[in-house]
Design a protein around this ligand. Structure first.
Ligand code: HEC
Ligand code: HEC
Length: 299
């Protein structure tokens, strides 16, 4: 900084750098000052117009009544309206056609599958797994092993009204002894390994008849009609294929209740009805039926 001021009359502050760079003492331009004061006015306006000032347990809501979430909702609504218009034709067809017809229309089927994923994630995946691959105690939907049938109408009925599998504890009459349960457990495990007819399992086979397991699981371990009972011959186990698991299922049954409460040890197998749970059920049940059918196991 220089100590002498070679420009005493130009109104500089006397601060001079690098020989000739001076700090002047001019008033700011008018336009700048006006914007500066306008800024203060804006602060007051802004503070009154928008939600700003914290109040006790709340805040000043602002005279505009504006909220971020409302603005967000409006924008989402715009997008949804656009979608509705864009896919109106497909949605109308889904509403009008039965599932069997939708499946024949490759384009419509693809549309139904694509628009099912979020729905399936929200309403079904917690039990059946994200891609229908099942969870412990919940059935796989992505295979061709069906409890209640894999035809479109059967899948649709499963989703609409729900399903409850029932198996009595200790055989149809409830009178099998521990020894008999042990024998029949060996027999059904043998069935799943294709060894059901070997002489070693004759005793178990007799218990299978005595306990009337065949009424539901079929004379050869394969249900004659889809009634919710397991097919033993496909090697797929829902509640576990270890002997201890199998013994537990036979001893305590499936969905066995006493005084309205499930008994201890019984297997729980309830598919809830979705006709009152899904938004827009008429269309969405069909959509999900097409999706489940297309996971790979539709018949
Ligand atoms: C609370 C758990 C739960 C939810 C949520 C659920 N399910 Fe199920 N679902 C089950 C159970 C348990 C069964 C097997 C019932 C039985 O054992 O008889 C089942 C059975 C089914 C079946 C029959 C499978 C067969 O082998 O025949 C279909 C189809 C099905 N669910 C589709 C769906 C769809 C689609 C959704 C979503 C809208 C859904 N489920 C939501 C628990 C659930
Ligand atoms: C009234 C019909 C009915 C009768 C009788 C019946 N079951 Fe079942 N059984 C079912 C149903 C329903 C299930 C549940 C299937 C499911 O939800 O995955 C089941 C499940 C099972 C399972 C579990 C399979 C798995 O995948 O984990 C075994 C084991 C079994 N039954 C053995 C027997 C034996 C042995 C008998 C005779 C002592 C018998 N059941 C009698 C209906 C019956």
């Amino acid at each position: 900084m220089a100590h002498n001021n070679p420009w005493p009359d130009e109104g500089n502050t006397g601060h001079i750098w690098d020989e000739d760079i001076r700090e002047l003492d001019n008033p700011p331009p008018l336009w700048w000052m006006l914007s500066f004061y306008a800024g203060f006015v804006m602060i007051v306006f802004y503070a009154l117009y928008y939600p700003t000032i914290p109040w006790e347990n709340s805040w000043f809501k602002g005279y505009a009544g504006w909220t971020q979430i409302e603005e967000y909702d409006e924008e989402v609504q715009v997008l949804q309206n656009w979608r509705k218009k864009r896919f109106a034709e497909q949605e109308e067809q889904l509403a009008a056609l039965p599932v069997s017809e939708i499946l024949k229309n490759e384009e419509l089927k693809t549309y139904a599958v694509k628009t099912s994923k979020v729905l399936f994630g929200d309403y079904c995946a917690a039990c059946h797994g994200a891609g229908g691959q099942g969870n412990p105690d919940f059935p796989v939907l992505a295979d061709d092993d069906w409890l209640w049938g894999g035809k479109p109408a059967q899948i649709e009925a499963s989703i609409t009204n729900g399903r409850i599998g029932n198996m009595p504890a200790r055989g149809m009459m409830g009178n099998l002894t521990d020894k008999e349960i042990d024998q029949v457990a060996d027999y059904v495990i043998a069935l799943s390994e294709g060894k059901g007819n070997e002489p070693a399992y004759a005793a178990g086979k007799a218990v299978y008849a005595k306990g009337m397991c065949l009424a539901c699981h079929g004379p050869a371990g394969k249900p004659l009609a889809p009634t919710g009972a397991t097919n033993f011959t496909d090697g797929v186990w829902r509640f576990g294929g270890d002997k201890a698991d199998v013994i537990r299922t036979i001893t305590y049954g499936v969905n066995v209740k006493k005084n309205g409460e499930p008994i201890k040890g019984t297997r729980l197998a309830v598919m809830p009805a979705f006709k009152d749970r899904l938004p827009d059920p008429e269309v969405n049940i069909k959509r999900l039926t097409v999706y489940v059918y297309s996971l790979g196991g539709g018949q």
